[in-house]
Design a protein around this ligand. Sequence first.
Ligand SMILES: [Zn+2]
Length: 249
Amino acid sequence: MTARRTTSLTAVVTSRFRLGEADRVLTLVSPDRGKFKAIAKGVRKPTSRLGGGVEPFAELSLGLAAGRTFDVVTQVRPLRVWLGLRSRLQSAAVAWYVAELVERATSEEQPDPALYAVLLRAWDLLESEAPDMLVARWAELALLDAAGEAPQLDACLDCARPPLEGETLRWDAEAGGIRCVAHPGGDELSSSALRLLRALRRYAPEEMVALRIPAAVMQEINRALRDSIRLLYGSDPRSRSFLDEVTRP
Ligand SMILES: [Zn+2]
């Protein structure tokens, strides 16, 4: 590829770290470019022109100049800001968690508009105060589906029989879905948990606000999807422990 001159594109910041006295290195995900890194010079100085522009939970229009290692951010204009996420700790923890899931699932310089859409949708849901934990589970399932690892929720992995109403099943994260208890492999999954997983695939969490979901069922799908996400990414996402901490009952 030839050297990039100044370009402009839309992106969100999915993670960032400090560099030197005043700079930040940003990891960005763009619907047009996939994942990339850029440096925001002097951004931590109070007088910085870029300043608050590169705060998290915003969709940005960025001016970028080609740099030696990373592109350099020359201009920032927020297009959309999810302000509510900055003030609610638990929503913010879920927002960072989903950002990490999307960041890790997105390849460098490979646009993936579907993954980008999952992230913005999750932030919208959190901003509209859909239940944080439902949004987290919704995003995990959406990520698995988008990654081509969609769990089988409609029939047994082994004998292809659709489960009966009220039937207890097994969840096999490795094989990716449900199976009858008669076959070996996986952990028990209640029919209520299966119903919730199916509902999450079909409906958005804001449509499920009126549902009274027992804590034990939320726990079940939490465990089931956590195992699936761990297998997809090879480890627990880094932001998962912070999320666990702020959501501990
Ligand atoms: Zn079966």
